[in-house]
Write a new protein. Sequence first.
Length: 190
Amino acid sequence: MGIVIHKQFGKGIITREDGNYIHVKFDGGLEKDFVIPKSFETGLLTVDAEFQKRIDVEKKRAEEENIRMTTESDVTHILKNKPYNCINQSNSVENTFIFINKMDSYKNINGYHVNSIYGENVGIVWKHKHKKGELSEGQAEIRFYDQFREKFGTWRRVFINNERIMFDHLEKFIKDNDSYEITIDQQRGS
């Protein structure tokens, strides 16, 4: 959840996201909905300076880590270090997901629950099955529920720093950690 500043209402915390809206609870209990990204583009809302500092520190750490990772193809290393390479770019919120150690089935595929960073269950992550020998065979892929297609698309393959993440590797981290939050590259399927 992010901390924002409103010109009139002061500091608030984003409590949820619904489509193109965020819900903010301000100090003192006032709660309001805002259109995104327009509220940020117009300056009505800004990111809190302390929160921005934490984002900047994390981004710098990720950039330093990315220099080393571009020469490695060890997926386990990428997942263990959780590089948030998208955290300060536009649309990073819609590229951050939490994989939950809870199995589900959707449209005849089985996978683990996928939540947005606001706690919405938006789909499942599963092992992509395609023609043998194709690059996507065995890769982790998020399949979004129909009600989230407009926001996220139908599916997204899980890439981090342009590295394909194989489902078997991701599944181990999901099981070992019970849940696993990560920002993925901005690649979508229709």
